[in-house]
Design a protein around this ligand. Structure first.
Ligand code: FAD
Ligand code: SF4
Length: 349
């Protein structure tokens, strides 16, 4: 049985109090939201904070303000709350789809939006018990000095595996970060580094308080996720796309984000730019999908063969763009949970 290490538990009632405690602990404390990632990590000794600061009783952190002109979502909203609220399904479709595909219903009942956005990066050599990691002399990300994925590398390439971050980046979200002495707003796209160890630009004394969205009037969005089991699994490739189309179907603005193929979600800016002022026909979709897939560089440190994941990226972008132009994609959605890729499908044992 894996046991939690000893820790001190604090349960502040206000954001100010939480920020003050976090600041006072000087890097030895971590915020605890649903605990669905942090507590297993502590059991595996991947993260060993001296103090946990629970955000569950902090007032206001579960608010939902959905408005035509702007929306605010509290960081402690559970993923179940997002997935089950019909208000999210129209303007924020990609977010609702992403939230509803995280883990299992039980986990989504505990898991929060903020925790999902701050999720630790993942790797087959890291997400293991302490004894397993010790047997391979640990790795660069924690307690060791070698990266087992790229032994010559001085950089960790653990994978960003959050479902909601690509969706919210496609929707143009910003986040409000609060510390004891200041608060700041940053575009969610700028919150992440492409570095498996130093993957987030949130300072250790900052709390992600809420997610902010400008008006999405006229935008459509979608989220596509590749995982081994349709019932629950982390993404090993995801595509979030959002577009504003004119009445005659010309793209006025677009964002495409590739998730789970690097240590951060990747904005496919060239592909989105290519679509501007074009109709989404077969040719433009094929070209945009090829441009978007170019930036995906999956490595051999998660589920499925990496070259196959790279190969199907363009297909996933194609599905997402076809859905945005109005195609009925129910059959494709159904089929990707049953691995329709025939002989191309190669699983890692
Ligand atoms: C079996 C299983 C399957 C899973 N499948 C998926 C999946 O398919 N997709 C997916 O995306 N995730 C998955 N997860 C991971 C996890 O459950 C979710 O990412 C969840 O949303 C994390 O939220 P949480 O509130 O539980 O975060 P916690 O575990 O409480 O925290 C996670 C991290 O975020 C930090 N944090 C939390 N809230 C804040 C805040 N407001 N401000 C600053 N820092 C904060 C914590 O300090 C910690 O570092 C899975 C987990 C399990 C156990
Ligand atoms: S990519 Fe390398 S350093 Fe990073 S977690 Fe995996 S094995 Fe460790």
């Amino acid at each position: 049985m894996m046991r939690l290490p000893l820790f001190e538990f604090r349960a502040p009632r206000t954001l100010e109090e939480a920020a003050r405690i976090l600041d006072g602990e000087g890097g030895n404390a971590m915020p605890l939201a649903g605990g669905t990632d942090l507590l297993p990590n502590m059991k595996r000794r991947q993260q060993v904070p001296r103090t946990l600061i629970s955000l569950r009783h902090v007032g206001d952190m579960t608010q939902i303000r959905l408005d035509q002109s702007a929306s605010r979502l509290g960081a402690c909203l559970t993923l179940s709350a997002i997935a089950s609220d019909p208000r999210f399904r129209n303007d924020l479709t990609a977010l609702a789809q992403a939230a509803s595909q995280v883990a299992t219903p039980q986990i989504r009942n505990m898991a929060t939006l903020g925790g999902n956005l701050c999720l630790d990066t993942r790797c087959n050599y890291y997400d293991q018990s302490y004894e397993w990691r010790k047997a391979i002399h640990f790795c660069l990300k924690k307690d060791g000095d070698t990266c087992w994925v790229a032994p010559g590398s001085s950089k960790c390439m653990a994978v960003s595996s959050t479902d909601t971050a690509p969706a919210l980046i496609a929707l143009g979200a910003r986040v409000r970060l609060v510390s004891q002495s200041e608060e700041r707003e940053v575009p969610l796209a700028d919150l992440y580094n492409n570095d498996g160890m130093n993957y987030i630009r949130r300072r250790p004394n900052e709390i992600l308080a809420e997610v902010l969205l400008d008006s999405l009037h006229g935008w459509k969005s979608t989220y596509w996720k590749l995982r081994r089991r349709g019932s629950f699994d982390f993404p090993v490739l995801s595509v979030a796309a959002a577009a504003r189309l004119s009445r005659n179907g010309v793209v006025e603005d677009a964002r495409i984000v590739i998730g789970s193929t690097a240590s951060r979600p990747l904005l496919a800016a060239e592909a989105a730019k290519f679509l501007l002022n074009r109709s989404m026909n077969q040719d433009s979709i094929t070209e945009a999908a090829a441009l978007a897939a170019k930036i995906a560089k999956p490595l051999d440190n998660t589920d499925f063969d990496m070259s196959w994941r790279k190969k199907v990226t363009a297909e996933f972008v194609t599905y997402a763009l076809r859905e945005l132009r109005g195609d009925d994609m129910r059959a494709e959605r159904e089929s990707i949970t049953r691995y329709p890729f025939g002989d191309d499908f190669i699983a890692i044992e």
